[in-house]
Design a protein around this ligand. Sequence first.
Ligand code: BG6
Length: 507
Amino acid sequence: MTTENQILVIFGASGDLTKRKLLPALYELFEQKMLPEKFAILGVSRTKYTDYQFRDKMHSSIIDYGKHGIDEVSRIKKFVQNVYYQPIDTNSPEAYAEVKNRLKTLTDELGIKSNFIYYLSTPPSLYGTIPQYLAEHGLNKQNDGWKRLIVEKPFGYDLESALELNKTLLSDWEEDQIYRIDHYLGKETVQNLLVTRFSNGIFEPLWNRNYVHHVEVTGAESIGVENRGGYYEGSGALRDMIQNHLLQVVSLIAMEPPSSIDSMAIRNETLKVFQSLRRIKEDEVKKVTIRGQYTSSKINGEKVLGYREEKGVDPDSRTETYAAIKFYIDNWRWGGVPFYVRTGKRLPTRVSEVVIHFKPTPHYLFSQKEVCESCNQLVLRIHPDEGILIKFGMKVPGAGFKVKNVNMDFHYSDLSNIRLPSAYERLLLDCMQGDATLFARGDAVIEAWKFLAPVQNVWEHDPAMPVYGYPAGTWGPENADELIQEKEMTWRYPCKNLTGDGLYCEL
Ligand code: BG6
């Protein structure tokens, strides 16, 4: 694919995302020679910096967050020559005339068409406003070059606000100009879900209700809310991780083979998954969801704050830092197969993975004690330690027929000379090339909100819906196992709780 000459305009340029993720990712693209020949970055934000001050800041961010050594300083200096800055009050419609003038000057200087990406890395309250003011100044018009809009998550706060935001955006922009970013889709191993499924003949025949017992998706984090208490209070685990990242993963796991590897074909198939998610009735919510909040504890001997003691958090908060949900996908492939999705902060380790649990053999030939309900598992590790693990029964050498569960394990790290690009590198480049495959489409985002609406409703308004405490460093509320009701089945615990005796994770 070709990457045309263009300008990337970052709104919210003085914020955290720009320095931690966007600029380091853009520098990597520069290093890999993947940026177009003529390219500029225009940072836009309220803070009053000059171009030079902003370049200095971005230079330091690339060193700090891109983990580059001092030997790269001259390359980074060269890269930041492409960075410019325009301070404006983003809430004032008139101020966008300054952005327009600046863009005109830059396109003239570079001698390029007006191909612009506008990246909204701002508080969500501006996701409707900025595109609207850009449009008022004609900065959405595609007559002299294309215009694209990248919208960060969260796309809405609930179904109503997401519908409203979609409506606002679509009044001035075409759907194919809007790139709703979900950084999980930019992860190499999430994309590999498609390749594992559709480039191998061995998995796909088993990938259905006849052979799959249940599917488990985990997004666990060991960190707490850190300095994001204020944001997290208005979000919680369901909105922060499940509505977007983890349901997107589910859609790739569950989708039908697309007719081709193009954006429309893939996104049409993932949409069907979202549409097939069985709606949860409000009176079922207590039975099929669990929410929890981490409490203070000791991790490896060190005291750790509980969520309610974190900065920016209400001491009586009922915001969940752990969420687990059981649901079904009502279609021919998945009819009757339960999907279990969980996420949490302050769990024992950072791990994102999908586990496909296969059904047991119909008749056990060997000693009953040695077998279990779902011994055969395919574990797709998204991060860390990206790779694929297959678990199966093998004969223990020696007398009789003792069966032991063993692992066949592939690690990306075993491939020499392979660099896993960051999610933002991949997604920025895709947008620069006009490829929306790995971006969420409006209709799918709305379906995901529809699916979660009854859960949100009950969680927010029913005082009888418990928020279970769980000590920081453990795998969440103990009764989360009750969601997976069947005999001897639990979630996969890749490592033990960290509290108490101070055990470390062994993945
Ligand atoms: C973000 C959430 O979207 O994803 C964070 O807002 C979360 O709360 C992060 O920590 C997890 O991303 P990753 O790539 O570290 O799994």
